[in-house]
Design a protein around this ligand. Sequence first.
Ligand code: PMP
Length: 360
Amino acid sequence: MAHRVFNFSAGPSTLPLSVLEQVQAELLDYRGTGMSIMESSHRSPEYDAVNESAIALTREVLGLPDDFHILFLTGGASQQFAMIPMNFLKQGGVGSYVDTGTWSSKAIKECQGIGETHVAFAGKGGDYAHIPTDDELDVPEGAEYLHITTNNTIKGTQFHHTPNVKVPLIADMSSDIGSMRRDYSAYSMLYAGAQKNLGPAGVTLVAMRDELLQKSNDELPTVLNYKTPAGKKSLYNTPPSFPIYVVNLVLQWIKDQGGLKAVERVNQQKKDLVYGMIDEHPEFFRGTAEKDSRSWMNLTLRLPDEAMEKRFIAEAKAEGLGGLKGHRSVGGIRVSLYNAMPLAGAEAVCHFMKQFMAKG
Ligand code: PMP
């Protein structure tokens, strides 16, 4: 048996053990082909079946209607920050953004380089601890879209509602896609780097309604126009076939768990345990997000001082609890509890927190 730790890293992050075992078992001889799927042509029938299955499972697991195109792209979520305004910000139009953290700010910056950009909510003044209600949003009438980041991976906040707006809603769901039931169909577009809840780094899932796709800017270079991959099932050029193969297995794993309802239940139990520990000991642990805005995926907290945080991270690592260091831009502790983290991982981190606190 390989030695496995509980990996609380924010991404790339832990994957379901059964998926890794299947990858391992199929690595040298993929279903009788005598080669790995990563060595297969992306035009082979074997890869075509993987691609078709990944598209169908994305639709099924997230509950996306038929008019959504499902694309597997490269360039990370960061490339989407640029592709969205390039494709959808018409001359004279406005791109509207909710700024709830570093990743939202990066999306805003890309838009500013392309056209008129409006910030519908600015969270920086509140140290990004708060997720706005609909009343707090100022969305210009006729904006081309409103862009939100459903989960702020760094500051540990999350939308627990879908903004009700009159313009197309676009969401960066990189760090909470498929972790809870949401009305995914309420969005015109959603996207996510795979490396947290869906699989390994290297592929970005993009889903968008046909109505939005048809608005893509046809003056763009071929590879930057969404219509290019959409018209070719993401096979215009060589896709990241191996990451897509793993994404397909992870989606199947979600389905086998009982779908989003079941993973949501476990995610709720995990976050209740860890936030419970934080809230029971406010003299020692300080959650950084407002309670109503707390993320279920990235739980951020501070200890009484930085030296203690450093020791906490090192001692946890020695006990097989890795990746607990907060993002380098903010410090502190971050406990990432993505889908593949079992309940036992959340229990283990709580046990460690209690022990550490007792030692002081
Ligand atoms: N958006 C969010 C919410 C993220 O957490 C990240 C990465 N941590 C990104 C975007 C950037 O993703 P990528 O590295 O795939 O470009």
